[in-house]
Design a protein around this ligand. Structure first.
Ligand code: ARG
Length: 462
């Protein structure tokens, strides 16, 4: 028995190295169950349109279910050099039910099939990833709520900027992840269309029912153009792009935590379960999991670039180059699926070192902007206030004084609007309390945001 779906026209055997080179089985094996499901739908459709007899339908359904059961149990036949997963399912089916298996391929081409299988896998995997993002968000939200009173320095350019609530900082990641879910859901909405029944490129003269195939497979609609149906990989690119942006977010979160858990900052204590030691330096506890999450984003970006580059020069319609999309796609899906639960657990278990965070708030330049706004409220223009506080900062640097040590008479030298109440501005709690503009870091606003996230998860579960 030839293990190919196209032996008739050929006299020679495929060159061994070429055969190995052509095979996608090592990675498209992930599509095996979906391929059986597409087969089951196809058989039902062929019976309905009268293309196969009732007995043939029965045999094929039974056989395909046997193949599917083996696949679900992880039983595969790796003895043959299978060209791809579609060939595999077809030939294993033949082993189980005999020649009637050939009828499965009536009015069917792998060109449409591979796209359908991949779309189905994406629907399942992306739904899984969205659930994982929800779980990560819940752990971020819990950390924000548990530490809702902690004020920390906010950084721009990695330099002390203005105080923020730790919870506010964490909620920034909630927003980013929410957009990631939106992008993924959006990509799936467009992927959710059935390419089945388009033949190899132009449809079929045989009696088929594409609507039925689509409904059987749970697609929301049928793709409208047969050439597009076998050529399109936009859904792969969109998912890879959404995963790349998600990976960028996970990488930034990891980077933040790496910095915050460094010996210099010491804001965060990561649980040992997510760290490793050094083979030489006995004292080390390294944030390797976070570093790898940061590092793996490179591969996820690479997969997007590979897929985009692979597609860009392809004439319509199907070309074998497109087989490689699965390598890139499955790799990125796999990476992200592994990372999300790790980050979720890491956040649930990490501790915040309150005193180390508080020590940084002693840098009174963190309140320079508050002082500037104080002067503006007393009638100075922005540039007058900015200039006055700028000069005060310069004075403090020159004289090695803290703002709180500068006497009121001296302060009045920088602006006669200064009153003794200015000294009350020099602490984190006061600083954040007054940031009540929409989206700001005041505890009232941040608690409102926490409650609204909680309500959203409670009512919608996501
Ligand atoms: N393994 C192929 C892929 O992944 C299936 C389609 C092959 N079609 C063909 N006519 N050679 O794209």
């Amino acid at each position: 028995m030839t293990n190919k779906l196209w032996g008739g026209r050929f006299k020679k055997k495929t060159d061994k190295d070429t055969e190995e080179f052509l095979s996608s089985f090592s990675y498209d094996i992930a599509l095996a169950a979906y391929d059986c499901m597409a087969g089951l739908a196809h058989v039902k459709m062929l019976a309905k349109t009268g293309m196969i007899k009732a007995a043939e339908k029965k045999a094929l359904l039974k056989g395909l279910n046997l193949v599917l059961a083996d696949i679900k149990a992880g039983k595969f036949d790796f003895d043959e050099p299978w060209e791809d997963v579609h060939t595999y399912v077809q030939q294993i089916l033949k082993e189980k039910v005999g020649d009637v298996a050939d009828k499965l391929h009536i009015a069917r081409s792998r060109n449409g099939l591979v796209s359908a299988d991949t779309r189905l896998l994406c629907k399942t995997d992306v739904a899984k990833i969205i659930t994982q993002i929800n779980n990560l968000q819940k752990s971020i939200l819990a950390s924000a709520k548990d530490n809702k009173h902690i004020v920390m320095p906010g950084y721009t350019h990695m330099k002390h900027a203005q105080p923020v609530l730790y919870a506010h900082y964490m909620l920034a990641y909630m927003e980013m992840l929410e957009r990631d879910k939106g992008r993924l859901a959006n990509a799936i909405e467009r992927a959710d269309a059935s390419p089945l029944g388009v033949g190899a490129i132009c449809g079929s003269s045989l009696h088929i029912d594409r609507e039925m195939l689509s409904d059987e497979m749970g697609f929301s609609r049928v793709m409208q153009n047969s050439i597009d149906a076998v050529s399109d990989r936009d859904f792969v690119l969109e998912i890879l792009a959404a995963l790349s942006i998600l990976s960028m977010h996970l990488s930034r979160l990891s980077e933040d935590f790496i910095i915050f858990s460094s010996d210099e900052f010491n804001f965060l204590d990561l649980d040992e379960a997510f760290c490793t030691g050094s083979s030489m330096m006995p004292h080390k506890k390294n944030p390797d999991a976070l570093e790898l999450i940061r590092g793996e984003s490179a591969e996820v970006y690479g997969n997007l670039m590979s897929a985009l580059t692979m597609m860009k020069g392809l004439p319509l319609s199907y070309n074998r180059d497109m087989q490689l999309d699965k390598k890139f796609l499955f790799n990125s899906l796999g990476i992200v699926k592994k990372e999300l639960p790790i980050l979720e657990k890491l956040i649930r278990s990490m501790q915040i070192n309150k005193s180390a965070v508080a020590r940084q708030l002693a840098d009174e330049f963190l309140y320079a902007t508050d002082i500037s706004e104080y002067l503006m409220k007393k009638g100075l223009s922005h540039s007058q206030a900015h200039e006055a506080v700028g000069k005060l900062v310069f004075y403090c640097l020159q004289n090695k004084e803290r703002i709180s040590q500068v006497k009121i008479e001296t302060l009045k030298g920088f602006s006669n609007k200064f009153d003794p109440n200015v000294y009350q501005l020099l602490n984190g709690t006061t600083s954040v309390r007054f940031k009540y503009s929409a989206g700001g870091t005041s505890p009232v606003i941040v608690m409102k945001a926490i409650r609204s996230w909680e309500k959203k998860f409670k009512t919608t579960g996501k």
